[in-house]
Design a protein around this ligand. Structure first.
Ligand SMILES: Nc1ncnc2c1ncn2[C@@H]1O[C@H](COP(=O)(O)OP(=O)(O)O[C@H]2O[C@H](CO)[C@@H](O)[C@H](O)[C@H]2O)[C@@H](O)[C@H]1O
Length: 532
């Protein structure tokens, strides 16, 4: 490893050590594959590539999924995660063992590869590249909320690393104590180029590409072709060109074997112009070839109001006094007046997608009808400011915390009566599932995963048209139900009874992985079309 990486990272709390084993060594036989704890058969090795992991840093739902899904699959696969070593990773309590070095390509710098062992047996590989990842701000934005201007290189580095770990070149391949990935599971645009790097090197390692949000595509000017080491021949409408720009998202879709998204409804929606963000034609073709499917996210077992240590008061179904104690706690957190009216909540990234403009427009009517509103989240400055103004207009009735804390979020899910989610689109949505578990009924636009996880009038409220009028009607229904205590409690019970556990998602992912990991020679790359 380079000394500069050691010097730069030694300043942090995390202990960084080197091992003698090089990351790249001679090919090993399948028999050398690692064995997951408790299993007698070698478990197939899978590399889960992500730009967020809630154990260290999360910007939104991708971080939650990256922390939960590989762990849920650990019983069946030797799942390992690859992500950048952001400052939060190096400042965490987990030691990093440097296991090797990955070469650069064009403007993508070389970097070291570290390994971290997390609880529950999850191994995480981290890219030690201080010049790209060790900075203040978020994984995607600087402290002023602007995109890092070198994001293409930063996530080109992540994508290239995934491909380098999977591919074999000149008889050499990456191995970590016998572990080498047989399949890459890529997530969102930040990892899309990985599939391209493999195919441009004639490597057919199977790739699953999961779209968590089609609206963020990773589009860069044509000059990035050479900067990222992408062959000119790939810059066509059939390749990763998207209206004269290079698209990371399109690379993931074109070069992966199978595309999943995080709900069945969103999988259908993205084949239409209204939701396809210009890629609907390509995605329709994928659907026609059975290369596109929807596998819903789950939520992990920590979402249990009886055991969650963050809550002011643990509670179970029918223990409405316990739930009420959480409501009072949230009112105190936000300096709201004592009230017997309903408490509405927003726990969200504050971005256009989430329909905060509708919520802001509905706020006054909520207050006039005797309700209160609490909001936690951060995002677009204009939305943040509009919410601050709202709080100033309705002191004691509306409370806003700009920022995010897991503890506060959980307290709000537990304390609120209703969660507002008028999302313009919602690939899956986790917040509505968290809310339901904690007895808060979501009021949501019938779209994407919201349509799949909320039963209107039973476990929440859905409205069809994304209009102020329809949203208001749903809020009015919620007020009416709140006034009919027995009905309201019945809905709460129904919402708390559903549990979208990750194990429900494990079966379709296993089927997909299994079908893609056919033995070499049994199928060609282009024939690996599966249905899940
Ligand atoms: N400002 C903030 N900072 C940090 N965390 C915050 C935050 N605001 C909210 N969160 C947390 O992030 C998660 C939000 O997840 P969602 O799935 O609801 O939306 P998101 O749009 O981020 O995810 C995208 O990916 C997920 C995962 O596939 C899909 O469910 C979803 O539809 C898609 O838009 C929750 O755990 C929430 O508490």
């Amino acid at each position: 490893m380079s000394h500069s990486a050691v010097d730069a990272t030694q300043a942090h709390a995390t202990q960084i050590t080197t091992t003698t084993a090089p990351a790249t060594s001679a090919p090993a036989s399948l028999a050398q594959h690692s064995v997951s704890a408790g299993q007698s058969e070698p478990a197939d090795p899978v590399l889960f590539v992500t730009s967020e992991l809630a154990d260290f840093v999360k910007v939104g739902g991708l971080g939650d999924v990256s922390a939960a899904l590989p762990r849920a699959l650990l019983n069946h696969y030797d799942m390992r995660v690859l992500m950048p070593a952001y400052r939060e990773v190096l400042e965490s309590i987990w030691p990093v063992h440097v296991i090797g070095h990955l070469p650069g390509l064009a403007d993508i710098p070389a970097c070291d590869l570290g390994r971290i062992e997390l609880p529950e047996g999850l191994t995480v590989y981290v890219l030690l590249c201080p010049e790209l990842y060790e900075r203040p701000g978020s994984p995607y934005l600087d402290e002023q909320g602007r995109e890092w201007e070198d994001n293409a290189i930063r996530f080109g580095r992540l994508s290239l690393a995934a491909a380098q770990m999977a591919m074999e070149s000149s008889g050499e391949r990456f191995e970590d104590q016998g572990w080498h990935p047989d399949l890459l599971h890529l997530h969102d645009w930040q990892t899309g180029l990985a599939a391209g790097y493999l195919r441009w090197n004639n490597d057919d390692t199977p790739c699953v590409y999961t779209i968590h949000n089609l609206a963020y595509q990773g589009l860069y000017g044509p000059e990035y072709l050479s900067r990222l080491g992408v062959p000119e021949s790939a810059f066509t409408p059939e390749g990763l060109e998207f209206y004269d720009r290079l698209s990371f998202m399109k690379a993931g879709i074109i070069y992966s074997d199978h595309i999943t998204t995080v709900s069945e409804t969103y999988a259908r929606e993205i084949t239409t112009p209204a939701f396809g963000c210009g890629l609907e034609g390509l995605l329709s073709d994928c659907a026609g070839q059975k290369r596109l499917s929807g596998i819903a996210n789950g939520i992990d077992d920590s979402w249990d109001p009886q055991t969650d240590a963050y809550l002011a008061c643990a509670f179970a179904t029918n223990d409405w006094a316990g739930k009420r104690a959480n409501t009072d706690h949230v009112r105190r957190m936000f300096r709201l007046a004592v009230s017997h009216g309903p408490l509405f909540a927003v726990v969200s990234r504050l971005v256009h997608q989430k329909g905060l403009d509708l919520t802001i427009a509905a706020a006054e009517s909520i207050v006039r009808a005797g309700g209160q509103l609490v909001v936690i989240g951060c995002g677009e400055p204009a939305i943040e400011n509009a919410l601050r103004n709202l709080e100033a207009r309705f002191p004691g009735a509306i409370g806003v915390h700009i920022g995010f804390s897991e503890r506060e979020a959980r307290c709000i899910f537990a304390g609120s009566d209703f969660l507002l989610m008028p999302s313009r689109f919602e690939p899956c949505g986790l917040s509505q599932m968290y809310a339901q578990r904690f007895g808060s009924l979501p009021i949501a636009h019938r779209t994407g995963g919201l349509a799949d996880t909320i039963e209107d009038g039973v476990t929440g409220f859905l409205f069809d048209e994304l209009s102020q009028q329809d949203f208001q009607k749903a809020i009015d229904r919620a007020f009416r139900i709140f006034g009919c205590t027995e009905l309201f409690y019945a809905m709460r019970r129904a919402a708390m009874a559903i549990h979208y556990q990750w194990r429900l998602s494990v079966t379709p992912y296993r089927r997909l992985y299994h079908q893609l990991m056919v033995p070499a020679g049994a199928a060609t790359h282009s024939l690996r079309h599966v249905s899940v």
